[in-house]
Design a protein around this ligand. Structure first.
Ligand code: SF4
Length: 472
C-alpha cells in the first residue's frame, strides 16, 4: 500500500491505521498491493481537521475527522477518525477497537482511572474519543478496575525476573517467535543452559544492587519444559538459590502438554514454582495436528491432571479463537471443556498470523492473503462467547493486549478466578516495575528512570548470537 501524507502525522501511525482494515498489508517501495491511503491534516478555526482518501482497486472512499486543537493527541485522533470513516465505508463495518492501534489499550484507560474517572466514565470516553465499540469499552474499563490492586503491589522497590528458554518440541504453524525446534538447534540446549545459569546470577545481582526486591519470577519461552528433568532442575535451582525470600509468584510456562510429566512438575514444586501454564489452544485433535502441535487433547487433560495433583496454586490454560479449521461450535465446546476443569486462569488469544510464520509464508507462496481477515468470520462471536461464558463461570478479565493482524482486529484477554491474577502479566503489560530478563531474545525493562522513559535492553535474539557473546 502506498501512503501519502500531507501534514503533521506519523507514517507508522498511518500504516497501523491501514492495518486495521487491511491486515497483512505491506508498505513501502518494495511491494504491497495497489492500494493507496492519502491523508491530509491541518488546523482551522481552533480545530484540527483531517481528510482521508482510501483507494483499493476500483473502489474509493473518503472520511473526515476533527478534534479540538491544542491537545497533544489532536492530529492523531483527527486522522484516526478520518481513516476510520473511509475504511468503514469501504469495508462495510466499523472495527471493534475503533482507532486504537496500540498493543496495550489499558494504558489509555489506566491513565483515565488515574485522573479519577469511574468505570462508566472511562467506558463512555473510550467510545466517544476513540470510537471503541461499547462491548470493548466496557471490557477495557473492567480490566482497568481489575489491574488496580496489582499496580499497588508493584511498589518502587519491587521487580520481576524473566528467564527465557527459546526452544520448542515442534514449531506451531502460526509462530514467528525465534524458538528452536529442529534437532540441530535443540542440541544447543546444554551450552545455552550453561550460559543462562551465569546470566540468572547476574540478573539477581543487578536487581539487588538496584535496591529491588524480586516479587515475581517468570520462566517463559518457547517451551521451558522441553528441557530434560535434570536440566530444568538446574535452571530452577539457579533461580531459587538467588531468591532472598519467597516471591509472591513463580511461573513456569509449560506450554506444550507433551513436554510435561510428573517428574518435571514435582521438580518445579520442589523449587517453589506456584503457577504453571498448560496450553491446549483448542480441544480438537485434527486442528492441533493442522497447526503443527504434536500433542493431542488427551495429552492436555493428562498434563492438566498431573499439574493439579502436583499441587500448583494456579494453573493457566491458553486458548486461541479463530484457528484455521475451527469454528464457533468447536471453540465453544472447548470453552465448556475448560470451564469444567476450573483452572484458576484462562487466557483467550485471538488467532493472529505473524509475517514470518509458516502460514504466512505459505499464503505468500500461494499468492493469497486469505489467512488475514478484517471481519474475522465467526471469530468475533467466539471471543464474545469466551467473555460471556467465563464471566458467568466466575472469571474476571484482568489483563489485555492486542496484536497486529489479529483476526477481526480482536484482543487477547487473561481471565482469573478471584485471588489468582498473574501479577507478572500485569507488571509487564502495564510496565509497572523493572523486569530483569535473561536468555536469548529477553528484554530487560528499566522503568524507574529519572525522566520516566522506559529503557529496554535487548539480549541477542538468536541463540547462536547469544552463545557467541559468551566469548566476548
Ligand atoms: S509453543 Fe509458542 S513459541 Fe513454541 S512454536 Fe508454538 S507458538 Fe511458537
Amino acid at each position: 500500500m502506498k501512503i501519502e501524507i500531507n501534514g503533521n502525522v506519523g507514517r507508522t501511525y498511518c500504516e497501523n491505521l491501514s492495518l486495521i482494515f487491511f491486515p497483512g498489508e505491506k508498505f513501502g517501495a518494495s511491494g504491497g498491493s495497489d492500494r493507496t491511503l492519502r491523508v491530509s491534516v491541518y488546523t482551522e478555526c481552533g480545530s484540527v481537521r483531517a481528510e482521508a482518501v482510501l483507494i483499493s482497486g476500483d473502489k474509493t472512499s473518503r472520511g473526515t475527522g476533527f478534534f479540538p486543537a491544542g491537545d497533544g493527541r489532536a492530529e492523531k485522533i483527527a486522522v484516526g477518525r478520518a481513516v476510520l470513516e473511509a475504511g468503514t465505508e469501504m469495508l462495510g463495518s466499523a472495527p471493534p477497537w475503533g482507532i486504537l492501534t496500540g498493543v496495550r489499550p489499558a494504558k489509555i484507560s489506566n491513565s483515565m482511572a488515574a485522573a479519577g474517572m469511574t468505570e462508566s466514565e472511562i467506558s463512555a470516553k473510550l467510545q466517544d474519543i476513540y470510537s471503541v465499540a461499547p462491548e470493548k469499552a466496557l471490557l477495557l474499563a473492567c480490566v482497568t478496575e481489575e489491574e488496580k490492586d496489582v499496580s499497588l503491589i508493584a511498589e518502587k522497590d519491587t521487580c520481576s525476573v524473566y528467564v527465557s528458554i527459546p526452544f520448542c518440541p515442534t514449531r506451531c504453524a502460526y509462530c514467528s517467535f525465534v524458538s528452536y525446534s529442529t534437532p540441530r538447534y535443540l542440541s544447543l540446549i546444554p551450552d545455552y543452559v550453561e550460559r543462562l545459569l551465569v546470566d540468572i546470577d547476574a540478573a539477581f545481582r543487578r536487581a539487588d544492587s538496584d535496591g529491588k526486591r524480586v516479587i515475581s519470577v517468570y520462566i517463559g519461552g518457547g517451551t521451558p519444559t522441553v528441557l530434560e528433568a535434570k536440566t530444568l532442575d538446574r535452571v530452577l535451582e539457579a533461580v531459587e538459590k538467588n531468591l532472598v525470600r519467597r516471591p509472591l509468584e513463580f511461573t513456569v510456562e509449560a506450554g506444550r502438554p507433551d513436554t510435561v510429566d510428573r517428574q518435571k512438575l514435582e521438580i518445579m514444586r520442589s523449587h517453589g514454582v506456584t503457577r504453571v501454564s498448560i496450553n491446549p489452544q483448542i480441544l480438537d485433535d485434527g486442528i492441533l495436528r493442522g497447526i503443527g502441535r504434536r500433542h493431542t487433547v488427551a495429552d492436555f487433560f493428562n498434563a492438566y491432571s498431573l499439574a493439579k495433583q502436583a499441587g500448583f496454586e494456579t494453573v493457566n490454560t491458553d486458548l486461541i479463537a479463530g484457528l484455521p479449521g475451527s469454528d464457533r461450535n468447536i471453540f465453544d465446546d472447548t470453552l465448556r471443556g475448560i470451564i469444567e476443569l476450573e483452572p484458576e486462569n484462562v487466557t483467550v488469544h485471538t488467532f493472529c498470523v505473524k509475517k514470518s510464520s509458516f502460514i504466512a509464508g505459505k499464503a505468500a507462496e500461494d499468492g493469497t492473503d486469505g489467512v488475514y481477515s478484517y471481519s474475522g468470520g465467526d471469530t468475533p462471536l467466539c471471543v464474545s462467547d469466551s467473555q460471556k461464558m467465563l464471566g458467568d463461570a466466575g472469571y474476571r478479565p484482568y489483563y489485555i493486549y492486542r496484536q497486529k493482524n489479529a483476526r477481526g482486529n480482536l484482543e487477547n484477554v487473561g481471565f482469573s478466578k478471584p485471588g489468582h491474577k498473574c501479577l507478572y502479566n500485569v507488571f509487564i503489560m502495564e510496565e509497572l516495575h523493572n523486569i530483569y530478563a535473561c536468555g536469548a531474545g529477553a528484554v530487560t525493562k528499566i522503568t524507574d528512570t529519572p525522566d520516566g522513559r522506559i529503557i529496554r535492553e535487548f539480549a541477542p535474539k538468536y541463540t547462536y548470537e547469544y552463545l557467541d557473546r559468551k566469548n566476548d
